[in-house]
Design a protein around this ligand. Structure first.
Ligand code: NAD
Length: 481
């Protein structure tokens, strides 16, 4: 597998000629390489995007939408290849890539192809004196930087609104999972995008990513990734007055009251804990259960988690695959060790593992689904993002206590509340310091809704017209009557 950059409509290796290994985490084996791009490649990509901007920004929204829809058609036509590639690159079960990642990538492109044609701006009449109207202008060349956990899903979530609103894009996928973005780049011309409108460059975050966000011609940065990286990007871009959208880490709580639909709460909490090996920013990693049902809920959850076996991500029956890399696997295991040191009891899992009877996968990076109890709410394991198949479980006695524990971390991305008391659902949702609150469900997404976090989980909102507002600058035009 050889990944290449897309610059000015051409597929290119890095100017330096250097490469980075691409590893299949299910086997722990190198299976390809990607360009180790740097400043020179960024300069070429930004120059090419800048050249294309005048014409693309003047292209009618309907024509831009047609390009996005044709790209969506190509994603749909190549869905099997993309699902296989996403699974190989990331370690996620192919069933998940085929059911969630790839269909959602297609949907993102179609959603913004449609949204741009319904995007309207305001007008303010000054009685008998003047009329004001707002122009929404594309920004110019923008950077879209995405992480490894939902590679094509989050990549398209950024480039679709950026392109729809008339910007030219230099996008940088994660160096850990670049393959599906590369495949997409091979179809950009066929979809009808003029050369230079969408450029995709690969390489290390600290090298090519850093050069990209610093480039003087980059007007805005849309970033999804870790909080520390987000803070660094903010420190680099703020003095340059670039527009910035940051979707960062989380430490989400699932709050389970004793009047909930027990079976539904249990089944969904299993998913919200362990889907994608717990590597979804929206996973609920702190499970808070009302004392009266704590033991019953805990035992049922542990019993289900013990039955979850890691498997070959390529096997369509596998529900739990590999975590993304050796470094990430080791970080997860270190947190489990820390949990023991902090006084926690590992109720199930807790170890590295490999799929049974699969000699070809012994070098892969697998972690058993792990549930830990007995930890204080403010210990490190309950405060830091682990981003793996590891959850903690703790009892609470009152609604106030549950809310206070849920709000105790530096993060504020999402929360899940399980209750059949409607008044309580509204009350608790309003008290939670999060950008998203699900009641009696999880990961139910309407793409029109605002998406993002508060506190150290981010700044700004993606989704719906919010993303189109981010990728445009408003200008008031005042006309004297
Ligand atoms: P990361 O911050 O290490 O990397 C994200 C991207 O930023 C990658 O493409 C990387 O190459 C690039 N990057 C790294 N350093 C950079 C720099 N100095 N300048 C510019 N770009 C740089 O994050 P990750 O490990 O890939 O992803 C996991 C994190 O992403 C978790 O914290 C998770 O919670 C978060 N995440 C958040 C959301 C959300 O919507 N809030 C969604 C998914 C993942």
């Amino acid at each position: 597998m050889e990944v290449l950059n897309l610059i000015q409509g051409k597929l290119l290796s890095a100017t330096s000629g250097e490469w980075i290994d691409l590893t299949d985490p299910s086997k722990g084996k190198v299976y390809g390489r990607l360009p180790r791009s740097g400043t020179e490649d960024v300069n070429l990509a930004v120059e090419s995007a800048n050249k294309a901007f005048k014409s693309w920004s003047a292209t009618p929204p309907g024509e831009r939408a047609a390009c996005l829809n044709r790209l969506a058609d190509l994603v749909s036509k190549n869905a099997q290849l993309l699902s296989r590639s996403e699974s190989t690159d990331n370690g996620k079960p192919i069933s998940l890539a085929a059911a969630v990642d790839i269909p959602r990538a297609e949907k993102n492109l179609r959603f913004y192809a449609s949204a741009i044609q319904h995007f309207a701006s305001e007008s303010h009449a000054m009685e008998g004196e003047a009329i004001n109207y707002t122009l929404r202008k594309p920004l110019g060349v923008v950077a879209c930087i995405s992480p490894w956990n939902l590679p094509l899903y989050l990549f398209t979530w950024k480039i679709a609104p950026a392109l729809a609103s008339g910007n030219c894009v230099v996008a940088k996928p994660s160096e850990i999972t670049p393959v599906t973005a590369y495949l997409l780049s091979t179809w950009v011309k066929e979809a009808g995008f003029p050369d230079g409108v969408l450029n995709i460059i690969h390489g290390l975050g600290a090298e090519v990513g850093d050069a990209l966000v610093r480039h003087p011609k980059i007007a805005a940065v849309s970033f999804t990734g870790g909080t520390a990286t987000g803070a660094h990007i903010a420190s680099v871009t703020a003095p340059r007055f670039k527009k910035l959208s940051l979707e960062l880490g989380g430490k989400n709580a699932a709050i389970i009251f004793d009047d909930c639909d027990f079976e539904n709460a249990l089944a969904t909490t299993m998913r919200s804990s362990f889907a994608n090996q717990g590597q979804i920013c929206l996973c609920g990693s702190r499970i808070l259960v009302e004392k009266s049902i704590y033991t019953r809920f805990r035992d049922a959850l542990v019993s289900k988690a013990k039955k979850m076996k890691v498997g070959d991500p390529m096997d369509p029956k596998t529900k739990t695959g590999a975590v993304v890399s050796k470094e990430h696997r080791d970080k997860i295991i270190d947190y489990i060790t820390l949990a023991r040191e902090e006084g926690g009891t590992v109720l199930c899992g807790g170890n590295k593992t490999t799929p049974e009877n699969q000699p070809g996968l012994v070098g892969g990076y697998y972690v058993e689904p792990t549930i830990i109890e007995g930890l204080k709410y403010d210990c490190e394991v309950n405060q830091k993002e682990i981003f793996g198949p590891v959850v903690t479980i703790q009892p609470f006695e009152t609604e106030e206590e549950a809310v206070s524990i849920a709000n105790s971390t530096e993060y504020g991305l999402a929360a899940t509340v399980w209750t059949n008391d409607l008044k309580r659902a509204h009350r608790v949702a309003a008290e939670l310091e999060t950008g998203i609150c699900w009641v009696n469900c999880w990961l139910l997404r309407d793409l029109r809704t605002p998406f993002g976090g508060v506190k150290n989980s981010g700044v700004g909102r993606e989704g719906g017209f919010d993303a189109l507002r981010f990728f445009t600058e408003s200008q008031n035009v005042c006309i004297k009557l």
